[in-house]
Each structure stands twice: as structure tokens, then as C-alpha cells.
Design a protein around this ligand. Sequence first.
Ligand code: MG
Length: 173
Amino acid sequence: MALRVGVGFDSHRLAPGRPLLLGGVRIPHDRGLVGHSDGDVVIHAVIDALLGAAGRGNIGEWFPDTDEAFAGADSAALLARVWEDLAQRGWRLVNLDCVVVAQRPRLTPHLRAIQKRLAGLLGCPRGNVSVKPKTADALGLLERGEGMAAFAVVLVEVTEPAEAGPPPAGAPD
Ligand code: MG
């Protein structure tokens, strides 16, 4: 049995007229995150943590922001693709821990829904997924509510470690 840890980070600007998606959950707010995809900072951080743990590259290699195929992409679907690749290689999630940095809206009422969605996407019990909100005192753009950021750490395990293989260029191999 091999255990591997991975870390991920992401941040995006907020703008009016965009839906706010965090961890694949629509959060009521007067603005949303701007990105090539839907800007879901939580899922992007989780994807990078998973890919890092498994030695499978990074989100930019899988889903380049220069590729129109991923314009407006549903980040939950991107996570599902990444996790399918890792699960096929025998990886299992031990646990996921995330911090979401957001001045507003208040995320506490939405944490259970986010944890449930992430656990569903990763095929694990909800208790294996933690999502913690933090406000952003003294962090400039974040404090002024002009953006959001997320950090993620994962622990994954595999019974028989396989050769990680090269990360795919734009799509899973
Ligand atoms: Mg991103």
C-alpha cells in the first residue's frame, strides 16, 4: 500500500453577472468567479492536489485555458474526468481537506452541500471531505471581495503503485 499527499491552490476574480460555483455547488450571490471555465476555485484546487498526489501533472496540462473546448467548462465534469483516470489506476481517496478564502457571501450554510457534492464526485463518504471557510482580513483583493481563493490537500492510497505515465496534453490518455 502506497500513500501519497498532494496540494493545490487556485484563485479567481469575481465579477457581476456570473454564477458563483464552489465545489460544484451554485451559491446565491450578486457576482461569480471569472475564469476560462466556470472559475470554481475549490474544484480547481482539488484537481491540482489529486494530480500532484498521483504524479499526473497539473490542471493546466489537462485542460489548457487556450483550448476553446474548455471555455465555460463545468469544473465538476473536469474533476470527474480526472478522478476517473486516477481511480482506473487504482488510486483511492483517503481524505480531502480544503480552505476557501472568501470575504462574502457567508459560506457556512453551504458547506454540507459542497462536501456532499465533492464526496459524490470522488466516490467517498462525506466524512472524508472537509471544506472550511475563511474570510480574508488584510489580503487586499480577497478582503475587498474582488476575488476568491482555495487551498486543497489530499491523501490518496494505492495498493499497487503503477508507473504514473506522462500527463495528457489537453485530455486524459
Ligand atoms: Mg482556476
